[in-house]
Ligand binder design. Structure first.
Ligand SMILES: Nc1nc2c(ncn2[C@@H]2O[C@H](COP(=O)(O)OP(=O)(O)OP(=O)(O)O)[C@@H](O)[C@H]2O)c(=O)[nH]1
Ligand SMILES: [Zn+2]
Length: 362
């Protein structure tokens, strides 16, 4: 059984598709006390904060659920819809996660997956027009969100703090470099009229996530959209435009117009958890040119007759190749990694051996 109070849940982003998914979930186990559908608004080490459309409560996940998710290389994230049921003492516990319709995850340096958010419709890729500006990072963020059916929107902040020519130049550069049809806005994040410019993505039931480095202006924009100071904002350090990581955890807020926004802590280097197909979406120009290279297995390195090197800016090509290397490393299994390591060891041993022989022969 599932207790599904649609009206309040809609105010925290319940869509018909998700309601359907939740109902399908519950019919499988109807011998238990009624489960309540709620949305995760904060994730902490031991606890979660969930919202039922009326109020927030701090709860914990059943160890079984946490274990099952971990085994699948996943974990609960802000934006997830979960099913709550009380224990014998009336204490609510998270029993199930409704399989998210979209889920953004990143990889850490060791290749481990970390969930970022679940069930978002739009990702605002927030980047300052000050020293934060970096097209390569934008390509990374695009790769991260594009595979998941999440609509990316590039938001360049601090347009008020740079000359108008700089704004135009940056927009022109990004339009030439990034996939066609990508929405791009330049704005002053503090401006109350931002809600108007972002209106197409702020409809009732829509969920947005703000992604960008620390100091990019995510919290400032969130507050402007909220019309109140909910997220702490911090002054950026003068010399490098970097923020002070004022936002320490992800949290979900309701906006006046009926949408929900998730602010995330700044991430500067981010390894998307994606496959090669999604790289080809963001780097469609490279995928389109590759068949025109003289060699079928062209790596677009030093090969003659390389159509990709000819047609793609070097910086963009390098970024593509870097992302591709990371992604191949992440998809290696533990065994393959082991094999790669022992191959290296053999090579090094052979090298040392040769060195010895050479010295011996002199
Ligand atoms: N002039 C101007 N200042 C801005 C704009 N957006 C943000 N700022 C300032 O930049 C600083 C950093 O903004 P935050 O909103 O705290 O940045 P953040 O992305 O939330 O940073 P973290 O919370 O550390 O991830 C603050 O001092 C803001 O007032 C903008 O569009 N124009
Ligand atoms: Zn080539």
């Amino acid at each position: 059984m599932i207790d599904l109070n649609v009206e309040p849940l809609r105010s925290i982003g319940l869509t018909p598709a998700m309601a359907q998914a939740a109902l399908a979930f519950s019919s499988a186990s109807d011998d238990t006390p009624p489960h309540r559908l709620v949305r995760v608004t904060e994730v902490h080490r031991e606890t979660l904060v969930v919202h039922d459309g009326k109020q927030e409560t701090s709860v914990r996940a059943m160890p079984r659920l946490a274990r099952e998710l971990a085994e699948a290389g996943s974990a609960l994230a802000v934006g997830d819809w979960v099913l709550l049921a009380p224990d014998a003492h009336g204490e609510p516990w998270v029993h199930e996660r409704v399989t998210p319709l979209t889920h953004i995850a990143r990889r850490d340096a060791d290749g481990r997956r970390h969930p970022v958010v679940s069930n978002v419709d739009t990702a605002l890729l927030v980047m300052g027009l000050d020293d934060d500006y970096n097209p390569r990072r934008l390509e990374r963020f695009l790769t991260l969100v594009q595979t998941q059916g999440v609509t990316p929107v590039v938001v360049l902040t601090k347009a008020d703090a740079v000359p108008p020519e700089r704004v135009e130049q940056a927009l022109a550069e990004l339009r030439a470099r990034l996939p066609r049809g990508l929405e791009m806005l330049a704005l002053d994040g503090r401006d109350a009229s931002n809600a108007h410019r972002l209106a197409p993505w702020l409809g009732t039931g829509q969920t947005l996530v703000l992604l960008g480095s620390s100091g990019a202006g995510k919290s400032t924009l969130t507050n402007a959209l909220l019309g109140s100071a909910v997220q702490d904002t911090g002054a950026v350090r003068e010399h490098d435009s970097r923020g002070k990581h004022t936002t320490t955890s992800r949290s979900l807020h309701r906006l006046p117009g009926g949408s929900c926004v998730i602010d995330t802590p700044g991430v500067r280097t981010l390894r998307p958890d994606v496959d090669e197909a999604s790289l080809d979406v963001v780097f469609g120009d490279i995928a389109a040119l590759a068949p025109h290279c003289r060699f079928r297995d062209c790596q677009h390195g030093a090969e003659p007759g390389c159509a990709v090197r000819e047609g793609v800016p070097p910086d963009r090509l390098r970024n593509y190749q870097k992302l591709q290397r990371e992604l191949r490393r992440d998809t290696l299994t533990a065994l393959e990694r082991q094999a790669q390591l022992s191959q290296w060891k053999t090579l090094m041993r052979a090298g040392r051996q040769r060195g010895k022989q050479k010295r011996g022969g002199e």
